[in-house]
Design a binder for this molecule. Structure first.
Ligand SMILES: CC(C)(COP(=O)(O)OP(=O)(O)OC[C@H]1O[C@@H](n2cnc3c(N)ncnc32)[C@H](O)[C@@H]1OP(=O)(O)O)[C@@H](O)C(=O)NCCC(=O)NCCS
Length: 206
């Protein structure tokens, strides 16, 4: 099967010069998800270079990321994801996105389904544990199923990231599979299906 997986990094001639714009804003009781854009590099650079945040957000060993590298990654990501900044009380606290599935193991398993994935990170670590992550996931799931009509939404989460596991579980995610990373840590694919979302009565408006 031909791979539909977006590359991690495009060749230089295919790199977008700016982040693709979208106009989706998702509002919860405390958290608003507004479009990520070209004015967000300061916070994105700070969060992506905080080793405490990144130890949880990325299973790869921490490495400093330059602004140029970050721009390449996010601008490319935005060509196949709805990228958002999480805002609380008017201030940016983190980032998240709903992305076209790019994990080969899942694309191969479900070639006929529209699968997405959620990734998120609250970069302001003083604000962990206040329910904001759970609310952001809920907003993305509702958008993914009600508006985008995705069949399933996955979240790859390290098994030892208990806070993240719990925030996804509170939104109906269950474990689909687990696999061991090269460093020996266990990564889990959590999933929620649209059928489950609708059966729970969550499919009909807010
Ligand atoms: C993961 C993250 C998005 C979660 O958002 P959050 O706002 O901190 O989490 P919430 O407050 O919404 O929910 C956390 C839940 O986990 C629970 N929890 C926290 N620490 C826990 C632990 N060690 N073991 C089990 N549960 C734990 C909390 O009690 C809460 O559940 P409850 O409401 O039932 O009590 C956020 O902490 C974050 O960005 N962390 C750093 C980056 C990261 O891990 N990203 C995710 C990568 S997959």
């Amino acid at each position: 099967m031909e791979s539909v997986i977006p590359e991690l990094r495009p060749s230089p001639e295919r790199r977008p010069k700016r982040m693709a714009a979208h106009d989706v804003t998702l509002r919860g009781a405390d958290v608003t998800l507004r479009p990520m854009g070209e004015d967000d590099w300061d916070v994105l650079l700070a969060w992506n270079n905080d080793p405490v945040v990144m130890a949880l957000a990325d299973h790869n060993p921490f490495q400093e990321t330059s602004l140029a590298d970050l721009q390449t990654i996010y601008r490319w990501l935005a060509t196949h994801a709805y990228c958002f900044i999480m805002v609380v009380d008017g201030a940016p606290i983190g980032e998240c996105w709903l992305q076209q599935m790019n994990l080969q193991r899942l694309v191969d398993r479900f070639p006929d389904l529209d699968l997405r994935r959620i990734d998120l990170m609250i970069g302001e670590k003083d604000l962990w544990g206040r329910g904001y992550g759970t609310e952001a996931i809920r907003l993305l799931v509702e958008f993914g199923f009600r508006d985008q009509r995705a069949d399933g939404i996955f979240a790859p989460v390290m098994a030892d990231n208990r806070r993240s596991q719990r925030a996804f579980q509170k939104n109906g995610f269950t474990r689909y599979s687990s696999h061991r990373e090269p460093d020996g840590r266990v990564n889990t694919d959590l999933v929620v299906w649209r059928t489950e979302f609708e059966a729970a009565g969550a499919g009909q408006g807010a």
